[in-house]
Design a protein around this ligand. Structure first.
Ligand code: UT7
Length: 329
């Protein structure tokens, strides 16, 4: 069998829309308070896409930054993968629009729908395609405009989520010269459609006057179930990495930015101090598939990625689908 090609992270980028929606703004829209939101979630504000922006427009800015960082032209890309649950439309894939707007003339592409775990899963798909020698240069973007599927009369959901995009360019480790992708995990537990979902608009509940009247095109969530699930799998995923590599090898944990309390509870279960984890949830809320790549880029800018040490990226969400990505910086 031919030997596997080591994969590296050549470049990464992030983009968030300019408009800020603060807790104080939300106080005027729904029955909530800054105090409740900060205490229960750690979120202070989130970004909201402008009315003329679509998911591919957010993805485009993050992707251009990632390509510039990688010193790679769009024509060099072989594959574009867009992880999203709020694509420009159900089909064609948002990746097709993104590839066109980028000028990725040679690239093939597709979307990957795994909600908050989308970026972590898509990165592992990209890694496999490069390791096998099938493709050389792959762009993975996590991009969401969740504000378009939120019901701003439902305080259980509308305070938690925001819009944004993060992008990574993967290539051979030899060319990238940094960030070796060591692998990860992809897990799921079906039958949880009611826990966290956009119920209508697919084959189960096609769009109709009644689905619109019943607000079935908005996100629905049973928050407490998601909370318990997220703490459990976050701790499990990181513990597996500790068992294999040892605690000292972990430089930083860059988790899905789900809720500050979930992150704190999982870190407490692991017996690890909060200075081992990177969070930016106070500024962006939960941006689903975009949250890990945005946080990864910001952790880098903050000097939190330590040379030679592991970066652990656990993610978890609707499905229930969860997994992690492991990088040696
Ligand atoms: O990527 C995965 C996406 N999902 C998530 O991130 C959600 C994970 N879950 C959570 O983050 C938490 O469960 C929440 C933040 C959603 C809720 O926190 P909680 O501590 O689990 O609160 P709760 O659901 O037990 O609700 C407590 C109370 C309820 O009132 P009653 O029934 O006790 O009178 C809610 O109606 O808080 C009420 N509540 C609110 N009050 C003010 C719920 N949302 C709000 C709100 N403002 N925005």
């Amino acid at each position: 069998m031919a030997s596997l090609i080591p994969v590296g992270l050549a470049g990464f980028g992030r983009y968030v829309p300019e408009k800020r929606l603060t807790n104080q703004d939300l106080e005027k829209i729904v029955d909530t308070s800054d105090e409740w939101i900060v205490q229960r979630t750690g979120i202070r504000e989130r970004r909201i896409a402008a009315s003329d922006q679509v998911t591919s427009s957010l993805a485009l800015v993050a992707a251009q930054q990632a390509l510039a960082d990688a010193r790679m032209s769009p024509e060099e890309l072989d594959i574009v993968i867009c992880a999203t649950v709020t694509g420009d439309q159900p089909f064609p894939a948002t990746a097709c629009r993104l590839g066109l707007d980028l000028g990725a003339k040679r690239a093939g592409g597709f979307d990957l729908a795994a909600a908050c775990s989308g970026f972590v899963f898509a990165s592992q798909v990209a890694a496999g395609l490069i390791q096998s020698g099938q493709h050389k240069n792959i762009l993975v973007v996590g991009a969401e405009i969740l504000s378009r599927i939120l019901d701003y009369t439902d305080r259980n959901t509308c305070v938690l989520f925001g819009d944004g995009a993060g992008a990574v360019v993967y290539t051979s480790l030899e060319r990238a010269g940094r960030g070796e992708l060591l692998g990860g995990s992809i897990c799921m537990e079906g039958g949880a459609e009611g826990v966290l979902a956009q119920p209508a608009g697919g084959s189960r509940h096609p769009a109709s006057t009644s689905t619109v009247e019943q607000k079935q095109h908005f996100m629905k969530m049973g928050g407490t179930k998601v909370f318990r699930f997220a703490v459990r799998v976050f701790a499990e995923l990181v513990k597996n990495v500790i068992d294999r590599y040892g605690l000292d090898d972990i430089g930083v944990i860059v988790p899905h930015q789900v809720n500050q309390r979930i992150i704190e509870a999982a870190m407490e279960q692991l017996g690890m101090p909060m200075d081992r984890v990177f969070t930016n949830i106070d500024r962006y809320g939960n941006t689903s598939a975009a949250s890990v790549p945005i946080a990864l880029r910001e952790a880098y800018e903050a000097g939190r990625l330590q040379k030679g040490k592991l970066v652990v990226m656990p993610a978890f969400g609707a499905g229930m689908a969860w997994g992690h990505l492991l990088l040696r910086w």
